[in-house]
Design a binder for this molecule. Structure first.
Ligand code: PNS
Length: 162
């Protein structure tokens, strides 16, 4: 079994993330979408809320080789614990490259046998990320087409509470 980990903050999951999951699941026997906290970002949603939104979005994909999990600590330790062979990351534009390059090389230094695989989402998602979606939602702009209707509803509720 060739298992891969798709790690990220997913705060919240966007259609760009789903595009990457859809591509990755064709390459591996199983993809685990692994939610964690990035120390450089203050998340809007709890890990549990983020998992719920991913689970809902994945149900719509109707596939049986995608699982969801969360982890704390180093990504490569988690990858090893799961017996996975690869880390999947999305690359949208050159602006992503520097951080992704650093992270992939640091992870390779820590675990030379774990490969990082970069996938490009459809170009319609090139500019899309969770931060932009949150900002649009904060000001009441339309976010249909960027996230699932479930995520859009969760964002609306969250912004109302704030
Ligand atoms: O969705 P993000 O915020 O771009 O994901 C970044 C993430 C969570 C994959 C990265 O911060 C991470 O791997 N965190 C776990 C801790 C770790 O292993 N850090 C070292 C990476 S060089």
């Amino acid at each position: 079994m060739k298992n891969a980990i798709y790690p990220g903050t997913f705060d919240p999951i966007t259609n760009g993330h789903l595009d990457i999951i859809n591509r990755a699941r064709l390459l591996f026997d199983n993809i685990t979408v692994a939610v964690t906290n990035n120390p450089h970002k203050a998340p809007l949603f709890s890990i549990e809320d983020r998992i719920e939104m991913i689970a809902n979005a994945i149900t719509e994909l109707k596939c049986d080789n995608v699982t969801i999990d969360s982890f704390e600590g180093l990504l490569v330790d988690y990858v090893r614990r799961q017996g996975a062979i690869a880390i999947v990351r999305g690359l949208r534009a050159t602006s992503d490259f520097e951080f992704e390059f650093q992270m992939a090389l640091a992870n390779r230094k820590l675990a030379a046998d774990v490969v990082t695989v970069f996938l490009m989402p459809h170009e319609r998602y090139t500019y899309l990320n969770s931060t932009i979606v949150k900002e649009l939602s904060r000001y009441g702009a339309k976010i249909e087409g960027f996230v699932s209707s479930f995520v859009a509803r969760k964002l609306k509720e969250k912004m109302k509470q704030k």
